[in-house]
Design a protein around this ligand. Structure first.
Ligand code: F1P
Length: 601
């Protein structure tokens, strides 16, 4: 990557906006021209690419068809949403704000609702925020992709949360404007306007919403969006759908999609909270300023490129030798560790043990709807104590451990944990957030620093403390760092081809379609690609009539128990080998990037 120009020309930065750039794909599924060579980049170059990709979130609207994060219309809609939230906070008895989504979108719904409910409790006000995640609370910590396809389940979940409520602001989040689970909920809201005001958050223009039929439904996501657009004219529904540019890893909406969800909703809710608690009016400038603080967050975070690179390298080395990465976090930053770790399975086909998160206080701190989930299996053990009992005894210097904390966390406790880990491995690192001029904390911090191989110290200006945005900034910053660590580490492990994740799980319709599209990298026609995909899913050389005539839901259910589905299908397509031959070759060359490159050229 020597000579790569980090200041990229405007034409490269905005190439994806051109009408003839991957025209059949919505923005959220396009591949980003900036990261086409990410699979062959060094850790440093990976971090730089992620920085430029993230900065696309804040690009200006000028001269394109796309609305952007800071566009006037987006800010105006956020103000209107904030006003509805303000009314609900002032009259919480029979009203509530419900956020709902699948995968990362549901996890962010949880994170944001927890944070703002806490803020209300601290002011002795009633909590008004609820979250719904497709697949229930277990999906907060593990991959549950199938419920995303179920609109009826979405409605059932929504009805349950809203029982007895007379006024509901429903916020459906689907980065790709695609999840049937959310479409079902929005449709239900549209049918019951006396109670529900629907808001849709996503990152494609309305005309790119998914128009694929949904089983047993008369609507598609696209038709729901059209009905909402009509109602939006009279402010009976709201659409917040700026484009943030294609993801660094194609379709990986956990990255910019997740970050932008957090930015938009926090900007709206913060404005509503300020209006109720300190009588600060909800203004265009206020909302805009809040969003721009996130732009500065990107700058503050990525000013630490070297520190982030060190973490990516360490994590990459651990994964390359089949060892593990552990995030040990405190407070809400730990939640971002849990979320990032949980996304590695669906995104990179990783084992749950590859990257794991732990939170101080376990489920007590998590405070999720269903309480402790430990009985569901080992991947649901999330407390620091669990780490000490289950992981520490087998920890080696090939594992990477990351402490994630702030100056307001108990430094003695962090120090004790650091010492325990240090007895087993020197491969200990810290991500530490401090406020500018906080000298008292830095004395204890010095002791912890000595125990760590590297410390990524992120210093926030005092003004962030005063404006009350500090928590949101630290969270976004931690999200960016951890997304870089887990994405970068998997890239270095060879899981990515160009900027495509080949070894994705094919566990819902969206992912099935994405997989079929990826297979066309082989230059084979679509039907052949789908045939190879089915052979890899069902692990047969000859497909039966029953297999070919089943619907996508049946395929994706079956695919839940199959591994390496897409790489296998790709090898079959490129070589014409039998399934057994392809499987044995993939075993010899498990690095997907190398395996694919070997047969492509
Ligand atoms: C929801 C989602 C993603 C996940 C994966 C499958 O997408 O669960 O969060 O990473 O891509 O889909 P969306 O509805 O927010 O577009």
């Amino acid at each position: 990557m020597a000579g790569l120009d980090w200041t990229y020309g405007v034409s490269t930065l905005r190439q994806w906006e051109s009408a003839d750039y991957e025209p059949s794909l919505p923005v959220s599924e396009k591949s980003n021209p900036l990261t086409r060579d990410i699979d062959r980049a060094s850790a440093y170059s990976i971090v730089k690419m992620l920085q430029v990709c993230d900065s696309q979130m804040f690009q200006k609207e000028a001269g394109t068809i796309y609305q952007r994060l800071l566009s006037d219309q987006v800010v105006k809609t956020l103000m209107e949403v904030a006003k509805r939230v303000e009314v609900i906070i002032k009259d919480p008895q029979e009203s509530c704000v419900v956020m709902s989504g699948c995968g990362t979108s549901g996890r962010l719904a949880f994170l944001i609702s927890s944070g703002f409910n806490k803020a209300l409790s601290q002011l002795n006000q009633s909590e008004v925020y609820s979250y719904i995640i497709a697949g229930g609370d277990r999906a907060l910590l593990s991959s549950q992709e199938a419920p995303e396809d179920d609109p009826r389940l979405g409605v059932l979940n929504l009805k349950k949360v809203c029982e007895g409520k007379k006024r509901v602001l429903f916020i459906g989040i689907s980065c790709g404007l695609s999840a049937p689970f959310v479409a079902g909920q929005l449709d239900f809201c549209l049918q019951h306007p006396e109670v529900y005001t629907p808001v849709l958050v996503g990152f494609n223009p309305a005309h790119q919403a998914r128009d694929e039929p949904i089983q047993d439904c008369t609507f598609t996501f696209h038709s729901v969006v059209q009905r909402m657009q009509e109602l939006a004219k009279s402010q009976k529904a709201f659409l917040i759908n700026p484009a943030v540019g294609p993801e660094a890893i194609s379709g990986s909406s956990r990255m910019k999609g997740g970050s932008a969800t957090k930015i938009l909703l926090e900007a709206a809710f913060s404005a509503a909270h300020a209006a109720t608690s300190s009588n600060t009016p909800i203004t265009h400038n206020g909302v805009l300023q809040h969003m721009m603080a996130y732009e500065r967050t990107l700058a503050v975070t990525y000013s630490q490129t070297d520190g982030i690179t060190t973490l990516v390298e360490a994590a990459g080395q651990s994964l390359q030798c089949s060892r593990h990465v552990y995030y040990l976090g405190w407070g809400s930053l730990a939640l971002l560790g849990l979320i990032d770790a949980s996304e590695c399975s669906p995104t990179f086909g990783a084992d749950y043990e590859d990257v794991r998160g732990f939170i101080r206080g376990g489920y007590r701190e998590l405070n999720n709807n269903d309480g402790p989930l430990t009985s569901l299996g080992p991947k649901f053990s999330i407390a620091h104590e669990d780490f000490l009992h289950l992981i520490l005894p087998c920890l080696t210097d090939k594992d990477t451990v990351l402490l994630i904390y702030t100056h307001s966390d108990d430094a003695t406790e962090v120090g004790n944990m650091a010492r325990r880990v240090r007895e087993k491995t020197p491969n200990l690192h810290a991500v530490y957030h401090q406020a500018d001029g906080d000298t008292a904390a830095s004395l204890q911090q010095d002791d912890i620093k000595k125990l760590c191989l590297s410390t990524l110290k992120i210093t926030w200006p005092q003004e962030a403390l005063v404006s009350g945005t500090l928590q949101h900034m630290r969270e976004l910053s931690t999200k960016l760092v951890l997304n870089a660590v887990s994405t970068g580490a998997h890239v270095l492990k060879g899981k990515i081809y160009q900027n495509h994740m080949i070894d994705l799980q094919v566990t819902n319709t969206k992912l099935y379609r994405r997989a079929t599209r990826l297979l066309q990298l082989s230059a084979c026609p679509e039907e052949k690609c789908e045939e190879a995909l089915l052979k890899a899913i069902y692990r047969v050389d000859m497909l039966t009539l029953e297999m070919t005539s089943s619907d996508i839901t049946t395929h994706t259910c079956f695919a839940r128990n199959s591994t390496k589905v897409v790489p296998l299908a790709l090898v079959i397509l490129l070589t014409g080998w039998s399934l057994v031959e392809a499987e044995s070759h993939l075993k010899q060359q498990p690095i997907v990037r190398e395996a694919v490159a070997q047969w492509m050229w």
